[in-house]
Design a protein around this ligand. Structure first.
Ligand code: GLA
Length: 420
């Protein structure tokens, strides 16, 4: 934990959280220290413009998304951030201050942030460590402190910071500069590192960012890669597989980010459900990427399933792991606070698959969080998190059929513990 000597009055907020984090660290399974801004103690939840609108973003869309989130059940389900991605930027003025594109954001960013805040939500923005963003707009290189100050003045609560056009910049150095600039600006701002896993940020970013992208960009496809010659986009399974070695690097305040959600963006309902479930098993940031104003009931039902979200937001902050693989079925477990577990059986294949799981003969342990389910001597009740029904307990063998590209997701709660 880095504690800085220049505490100023506006940093008292941060100082309180440093103390809290220090106390938490004493009881945490996590060996690394987290960024000391006190934010994202559970994975951030919100919406971002990129996956659906790409560069066609404007203040009307942002207002509509805030309106939708505030009223459609998402805010009630803990979604908070409304984040503008690339292409909001206009020009820098003679003194180097950045201004929004006057055609797309004629009311200015302060007014937009005020609007989002008036809905009880938080406001996020995007920039890039290089001279130009991936969309060719002005990046922050050479203007980091000025930009951080500008964002703080506008009322920004979340910054996604990309990695296009960085030439020979050193990633740790560049992200440290912006972390320090945000700190100096004096406003608590979630710092989202987006360098696509190229420099293994999980090894160095725990006290620099609150989250870091681990891979290239997602695309709304369950099992595919899109080749653009100079770069690729990955489907849900391709990104999921890349997370498997990384769980030990994440925890409260510093998360692996397998990219924003594609729920509602053209995959089947089964695939959307599996995608959302697996992101929750990963304790991933839940940043929706669909059109919140025009979505089906099935999409909304997935996004606001509070019992599934509770798995993601569990305060222990431990990512799930693959326990077993049989043909196309992967069985994942995630330790939860209070002795509970989440179990998710994922059918990766194109055909329905049956699974049979005889709990008392399964040895589910997690060296990282030092948890042992002890199914041989402990009985847990089972709750099906998608049908929202109780589903018996672990004294019986579980037999289930899982449709193609879908999941069975259960929460396990201890009901009888027999000491040996
Ligand atoms: C990169 C990021 C995306 C998005 C675009 C915007 O590709 O990884 O998430 O922010 O840039 O141009």
């Amino acid at each position: 934990m880095k504690i800085h000597s220049q505490f100023q009055p506006h940093n008292l907020f941060a100082a309180g959280f440093v103390t809290l984090l220090c106390v938490c660290c004493l009881f945490s399974p996590f060996p690394v220290s987290a960024l000391d801004n006190g934010l994202a103690l559970t994975p951030p939840m919100g919406w971002n413009s990129w996956n659906k609108f790409q560069c066609d973003v404007n203040e009307k869309i942002i207002r509509e998304m805030a309106d939708a989130m505030a009223t459609n059940g998402m805010k009630d389900a803990s979604y908070q951030y409304i984040n503008i991605d690339d292409c909001w930027q206009g020009q820098r003025d003679a003194e180097g201050f950045i201004h929004p594109d006057p055609q797309k954001f004629p009311s200015g960013m302060k007014a937009l942030a005020d609007y989002v805040h008036s809905k009880g939500l938080k406001f996020g923005i995007y920039s890039d460590a290089g001279g130009k963003t991936c969309g060719g707009r002005p990046g922050s290189r050479g203007h980091e402190y000025q930009d951080a100050l500008t964002y703080a003045r506008w009322g920004v609560d979340y910054l996604k910071y990309d990695w296009c056009g960085c030439e020979d910049l050193n990633a740790k150095g560049a992200y440290t500069t912006m972390r320090n600039a945000l700190r100096a600006a004096g406003r608590p701002i979630v710092f989202s590192i987006c360098e696509w896993g190229q420099n293994q940020p999980w090894l160095w970013a725990a006290d620099i960012g609150n989250l870091w992208r681990t891979t290239t960009d997602i695309t709304p496809c369950f099992d595919c890669t899109l080749d653009h010659k100079t770069w690729q986009q990955w489907g849900v399974l391709q990104i999921l597989d890349a997370q498997k070695p990384l769980r030990k690097y994440a925890g409260p305040g510093h998360w692996n980010d397998p990219d924003m959600l594609e729920v509602g963006n053209s995959m089947s309902v089964n695939e959307d459900r599996a995608h959302f479930s697996m992101w929750c098993m990963l304790a991933a940031p839940l940043i929706c990427g669909n059109d919140l104003k025009h979505m089906s009931k099935e999409t909304l039902d997935i996004l606001v399933n509070k019992e599934v979200i509770a798995v993601d937001q569990d305060k222990l902050g431990v990512e799930g792991f693959v326990y077993s693989t049989n043909a196309n079925a992967e069985i994942w477990f995630k330790p939860l606070s209070g002795g509970d577990w989440a179990m998710c059986a994922l059918n990766r294949g194109m055909q329905p698959q049956n699974i049979s799981f005889d709990w008392k003969h399964e040895n589910v342990t997690d060296d990282f969080s030092k948890r042992d389910a002890q199914f041989d001597r402990t009985i847990y009740s089972l709750r099906n998190l998608w049908t929202k029904q109780d589903a018996g307990d672990t004294s019986q063998v579980l037999n289930a059929g899982i449709p193609a590209h879908d999941v069975l997701m259960l929460r396990l709660t201890k009901i009888i513990a027999n000491e040996p």
